[in-house]
Design a protein around this ligand. Structure first.
Ligand SMILES: [Zn+2]
Length: 177
């Protein structure tokens, strides 16, 4: 974002607009220890549901001006900034986007805490219901590319015949592969 050298901690009252570097510096405190930076890296990552923490090396590079603040860290810092200004951190750290949902299943402005993935059959991104779900629904699961037939001829088609369209009506808690 910017390459200005680290500044002294800034009183939030003096922050007219969101300055991610200022928020980071204030969060770390003066002369932050490695442990403090590690803790902040973990907390900021968890705020945006990021699997891996922001590393101390990355934060050091930002403080020393060797690296710019990337979009994920800026977003987490925006959440902190909003919280410090009396708002809910989520409203700063999360972006409103359009999603498609079956009517009545997802309340408007819900927080989506899971990552979307792309269905390998229809290529449409979806948020899985269970962690190991690979296909968006049973139709796409049935239409997945067939593995080569086994040498001794027990046909995959015969095995699939047991799974009729009734599967579409099931709850699908076992969608995963
Ligand atoms: Zn699909």
């Amino acid at each position: 974002m910017d390459n200005t050298p680290p500044k002294a901690p800034v009183g939030l009252q003096t922050l007219k607009t969101f300055d991610p570097r200022a928020v980071l510096v204030r969060l770390l405190g003066p002369e932050p220890t490695k442990g403090r930076i590690r803790t902040v890296g973990v907390q900021l990552a968890s705020l945006i549901i990021r699997p891996a923490p922001f590393t101390t090396g990355y934060v050091y590079n930002i403080l020393s001006g060797k690296q710019n603040i990337g979009a994920p860290l800026a977003q987490a810092l925006r959440g902190v900034w909003v919280a410090q200004n009396g708002g809910h951190p989520i409203s700063g750290a999360f972006d409103p986007i359009d999603v498609y949902a079956v009517a009545g299943t997802v309340e408007p402005a819900s927080l989506i805490l899971a990552r979307s993935r792309r269905c390998p059959t229809c290529l449409i991104p979806f948020v899985p219901r269970v962690p190991n779900q690979r296909y968006c629904n049973h139709v796409c699961k049935r239409r997945r590319p067939k593995a080569p037939p086994p040498p001794q001829g027990s046909s995959a088609a015969g095995m699939e015949s047991t799974e009729g369209d009734g599967a579409l009506l099931s709850e699908g808690e076992n969608d995963g592969e």
